[in-house]
Design a protein around this ligand. Sequence first.
Ligand code: CUA
Length: 181
Amino acid sequence: MSIYPPEDRIWWSKPVEKTEVLWVTIAFIWGLIMFFMMPYWHLTGDQNLSNEAYKITADKYAEKTEAFAKKYQVRVEGDNDVPVVKPPAGSDVYMLARLWDWWPILELEKGKSYRLHLSSLDYQHGFSLQPENINLQVHPNYDMVVTITPTSSGEFGIICNEFCGSGHHTMVGKMYVKDSK
Ligand code: CUA
């Protein structure tokens, strides 16, 4: 039992058992494989979203998002008149997270790339695009940018998957993807 001192007090000078050496070797090689898989998969994995992050204040981000929504708004939706924003392909698109909504609604074109900016105006939220199951952490004071290219059209839901208070379960947004003409 380990609560007693080892019978042989100089156990460390004994040769290591063969099976133990084997397991340590296997674990070490596996560790190396996993380590090199990270950069490999980052560069070759289709599903990986490489992101960039920039410092920004909540006020500045809100200002940018409002200006963007105003510029490309095509209609409003729902009881709260949430703008539906249709930005040109290839452009920078903005969405903000706050207690408790995702704002505005984006309308994108299938097969076109966009630089999607995400930031929070208050606490940490979790951007979860459904049913695609793309998940991103959204932090205040960081403007996170991911390059996205929608591969299917339709209506997508955005839910918050980071607990953010009493309205967390109501924090839902929307994104449309239209077939390009
Ligand atoms: Cu935002 Cu949960």
